[in-house]
Design a protein around this ligand. Structure first.
Ligand code: FAD
Length: 335
């Protein structure tokens, strides 16, 4: 039985641990913090939105991400909500909708009545929008905790507040430490978010409000909570949300529906997304033999199942040439 040490208990580490344990490996997950969460994965919106993301992402994000909702459904039945994504813009930002449409596919154009049918609380507020019926969402915190619980039941060991662990006790080390991983070409993209609570607006699915400078999305959570996200700032600074970002996110939420102005601010948060120069994730093998799974950027929940499967394929098929097995690289080369 292969003994594998997975460093990092974010979505990358936990999905990798799952795929390895499911293939019979003896897996230990070492997390530097005292519990699951707190870093990028904890702050995520949880949108599984490959077709919307195509607006600013490579085709590989669609190829690798389009079956991710099935993976999450299969792995943790009941955690995925399949209600699609609604994209709207105010009339003055109609060009933004047109631009979004040219860069995406697999949507249906919707008018005011269709928007009202999908999201009754947005009735009369938007004349045009786009509905991506094939997309889904999940609650990242619920999912990370449920996945950790499942892993424990599968026999995976967790070490919290883990310091340096001697690799000699393991056949393989897999580094899933996100932005903490010291690598030259990895950069941080700061994402600020809010959690609001209101009974005045209720959404059934993620809603994206397009805007030339401050596009936002709102993802419904249980118990009248919503997650409002997110800024995209080229920085690995993880300090508290700035006043400007807080104002912009709140303004945008208010522009989606004025009742958000009365919502309680339950939480503000900042996560640093780990990204490679082309914003696509990679499974790599370092010179010292460590496998790294990183660069999930805006797509941790969307793409970690595919990356975890690649990492497991690499480990269980040692003849696999990683470069040729890496779908993201293949896509890049053929582009
Ligand atoms: C505001 C925001 C919104 C987002 N929305 C979405 C979304 O809607 N959909 C989506 O798919 N993605 C989304 N993302 C992206 C997603 O959150 C990231 O891509 C993903 O969380 C990266 O996961 P990770 O496991 O690589 O890193 P992390 O979640 O940062 O996990 C790394 C873990 O490694 C631990 N660690 C660090 N150093 C060590 C060490 N030496 N030893 C052991 N452990 C260590 C850390 O404590 C941490 O727990 C969003 C991100 C942000 C910030």
């Amino acid at each position: 039985m292969r003994r594998v040490l997975v460093k990092g208990a974010g979505v990358a580490g936990l999905t990798v641990a799952h795929e390895l344990a499911a293939r019979g490996a003896s897996v230990t997950v070492a997390e530097i913090r005292s519990q699951i969460g707190g870093k990028a994965s904890w702050l995520a919106g949880g949108m599984l939105a490959p077709w919307c993301e195509r607006e600013s992402a490579e085709e590989a994000v669609v190829t690798l991400g389009k079956t991710s909702a099935e993976w999450w459904d299969r792995t943790l039945p009941g955690v995925v909500t399949r209600a699609g994504t609604l994209v709207v813009a105010h009339a003055r930002d109609a060009l933004e909708l047109a631009r979004f449409a040219t860069r995406t596919r697999d949507y249906e154009a919707v008018d005011e009545d269709a928007i009202a049918a999908l999201e009754p609380d947005l009735a009369g507020r938007f004349r045009k929008g786009m509905f991506f019926a094939g997309e889904a969402h999940l609650d990242p915190r619920r999912v990370l905790e449920a996945l950790a619980g499942k892993l424990r039941a599968m026999g995976v060991a967790f070490l919290f507040e883990a310091g340096e662990i001697a690799p000699s006790g393991f056949d393989q080390v897999i580094d899933c430490t996100g932005i903490a991983q010291a690598e030259d070409d990895l950069r941080g993209v700061r994402g600020e978010m809010l959690i609001l609570r209101t009974r005045e607006v209720s959404l059934a699915r993620p809603v994206r409000l397009l805007h030339p400078r401050h596009p936002i999305y709102i993802v419904p959570r249980a118990d009248h909570h919503v997650m409002v996200g997110a800024t995209m700032i080229e920085s690995d600074h993880s300090g508290p949300i700035t006043a400007r970002s807080l104002m912009e996110l709140l303004n945008a939420a208010y522009a989606l529906h004025p009742a958000f102005g009365e919502a309680e601010i339950v939480e503000t948060g900042v996560g640093v997304r780990p990204a490679y120069p082309d914003n696509l994730p990679r499974v790599k093998r370092r010179k010292d033999g460590t496998i790294t799974v990183n660069g999930l950027y805006r797509h941790g929940f969307l793409l970690s199942p595919a990356m975890a499967e690649q990492a497991a394929g690499l480990l269980f098929n040692s003849t696999t040439d990683l470069e040729s097995d890496n779908e993201a690289d293949r896509q890049r080369r053929s582009a």
